[in-house]
Design a protein around this ligand. Structure first.
Ligand SMILES: [Zn+2]
Length: 423
C-alpha cells in the first residue's frame, strides 16, 4: 500500500506515461503500471513531472525589501550594496523572517523545494543568521534550505568579518561564502579566497563565493579559487557564483582557465536575471551581457547550475521566484535556444543544481525523495517556453501546493474558442 500514487505522468526520456509510487517520503517504484493500492492518487493527466526546482543562488535576507529606504537609481551592484548598508540598522529579526517566509511561499508554489541562500554575516548582531536558521527549522517539512555565510562587506575590508563568519558557521550555517572582488585590492581578494578555503577545508564544509561579479576583464579571482580548490583537495565542493567577468576576458586566457576549472571540479552558478540587470551599466554601446560563458563551460565538462539571486530588492526590482524565468532569460541572453541547449539549462535548475549543492536522493528514481512538480506542459522545452502552471507540488509524498490550469477563452463574435498554447 502506497501513501501516494501519481498516475499518467510524462517523464523526460520515457515514451509511455508512467506511474510513481511513494511511501514514507520516498519514491518506491516507477513503472508503466503499478498494481498496488494507494491511500491517495494524483492524476497527472499526461502532463510533465520533474524533480523539484533548485535555486542554487538566492539571498533570503533581502527579498521584498525594494525601496527600503530608497530605490537603486544607477541599477549597479555597488549602489545596491550601499542601500543594503543603509537598511541594515533598521532591520529586525522579525521583519527579516516575515519577508523571507513570504518569499518561501512563492518558492513552494513555483515548485522550488531546494534553495541555497546566502546570508550576510557582516552585521555584528548576526540577526539575519538567527532569523534564517529559525525559519529553516520551521519550514523543513516543506522546503530544504542550505545557508551560505556571506561576508557582504568583505572579509578583510570589514571589521571582525572573519570572526563573525566563523560564529555564523558555529550557529549552523552550512557553507563558506566570500566576495573577493569587493575587497580593497586584487591582492586582498586573493588572500580572502585562501583564508576562506582553508577555513572550509578545516571544517569539512563546501565553499560558494560571489566571484568576479564585475565587468572587469582582469578580475581573475576564479583562477585563485580554482587554485585553492586544487591545493586543498576540495574538488566538487566549491562553487563560483556569478563569474560575470568571464564574459569580457580574453579568449586565450579563458582557453587556459576552463580546463583548470574542470580539473578542480568547480561548480559554476549563473544568475541570468540579476546579472543581465546589474552588469554592463558603465558601457555605452554595445552594452555587454553580465553572464559567464555557459556553453563553453558545459563544453569543457564543467557543472553549471542557475540561481534567481534576488527577488524585489536593491539589486533586482522584479521576479516572483520562478526558476523557469531564470532559464528563459538564460536561453536568450546566452544564445542557448537550440533543443539540447534548452534542456541543459533546464538541468541547471534540477539535476545540475543537485550536483552543485552535493544533494543526495534527488531525482525521480526509486530510492529518491518523493519530491516532485507536475507542470501544465509536456516537456522541458515546453516548460521553458510557457513557464506554465505548477499544477501540483509534492513534498515527501504529500501534496503541498496546487495551482489551477491556465487556459484562455477567446470570443469571436458569438463563438467561444478555447485557446491551448501547445501546438
Ligand atoms: Zn548573490
Amino acid at each position: 500500500m502506497f501513501d501516494l500514487l501519481v498516475v499518467n505522468a510524462k517523464i523526460h526520456g520515457k515514451k509511455e506515461l508512467m506511474q510513481i509510487g511513494c511511501k514514507d517520503g520516498k519514491i518506491l517504484e516507477v513503472a508503466v503500471n503499478i498494481p498496488s493500492k494507494s491511500k491517495e492518487i494524483i492524476d497527472a493527466d499526461g502532463y510533465f513531472v520533474t524533480p523539484p526546482f533548485i535555486d542554487s543562488h538566492l539571498h533570503l535576507d533581502t527579498p521584498l525589501s525594494m525601496g527600503m529606504p530608497r530605490l537603486n537609481q544607477s541599477g549597479t551592484l555597488l549602489e545596491g550594496i550601499k542601500i543594503w548598508g543603509e537598511l541594515k540598522p533598521e532591520l529586525t529579526r522579525k521583519t527579516i523572517k516575515a519577508r523571507a517566509k513570504k518569499l518561501l511561499l512563492w518558492s513552494i508554489a513555483k515548485g522550488n523545494l531546494v534553495i541555497r541562500s546566502h546570508v550576510d554575516t557582516t552585521d555584528p548582531s548576526l540577526m539575519a543568521v538567527d532569523a534564517l536558521i529559525e525559519l529553516r527549522r520551521e519550514m523543513k517539512e516543506f522546503i530544504d534550505i542550505q545557508l551560505v555565510a556571506f561576508p557582504q562587506d568583505g572579509i578583510l575590508r570589514s571589521k571582525n568579518s572573519m570572526e563573525l563568519l566563523t560564529c555564523a558557521l558555529d550557529k549552523g550555517v552550512d557553507v563558506v561564502g566570500g566576495i573577493p572582488h569587493f575587497e580593497r585590492t586584487m591582492t586582498d581578494g586573493q588572500k580572502s579566497i585562501r583564508l576562506l578555503c582553508e577555513l572550509a577545508e578545516k571544517r569539512g564544509l563546501m565553499v560558494d563565493m560571489h566571484c568576479d561579479e564585475s565587468d572587469d576583464p582582469f578580475s581573475r579571482h576564479i583562477e585563485h579559487l580554482t587554485f585553492e580548490t586544487q591545493r586543498l583537495g576540495l574538488h566538487g565542493r566549491v562553487a563560483g557564483s556569478h563569474l560575470t567577468s568571464m564574459h569580457t576576458m580574453d579568449n586565450y586566457y579563458v582557453s587556459k582557465l576552463l580546463p583548470l576549472m574542470a580539473e578542480a571540479k568547480i561548480n559554476c552558478i549563473c544568475n541570468p536575471l540579476v546579472n543581465m540587470n546589474l552588469q554592463g551599466r558603465h558601457d555605452t554601446y554595445p552594452k555587454r551581457r553580465g553572464l559567464m560563458r555557459v556553453p563553453e563551460l558545459i563544453g569543457a565538462g564543467i557543472n553549471v547550475s542557475l540561481g534567481h539571486d534576488d527577488v524585489m530588492d536593491h539589486w533586482y526590482p522584479m521576479g516572483s521566484h520562478d526558476m523557469l524565468e531564470v532559464v528563459h532569460m538564460g536561453a536568450h541572453a546566452l544564445h542557448m535556444t537550440g533543443p539540447g541547449q534548452q534542456e541543459a539549462l533546464f538541468d541547471g535548475i534540477t539535476t545540475n543544481g543537485a550536483k552543485t549543492l552535493n544533494l543526495e536522493n534527488y531525482g525521480l528514481e526509486p530510492g529518491c525523495n518523493a519530491d516532485m512538480v507536475i507542470l501544465q506542459a509536456s516537456s522541458k522545452q515546453e516548460c521553458i517556453r510557457l513557464r506554465p502552471a505548477r499544477l501540483f507540488v509534492i513534498r515527501k509524498g504529500k501534496r503541498i501546493s496546487r495551482m489551477a490550469k491556465t487556459n484562455a477563452t477567446v470570443t469571436l463574435g458569438f463563438e467561444d474558442v478555447n485557446v491551448d498554447f501547445c501546438p
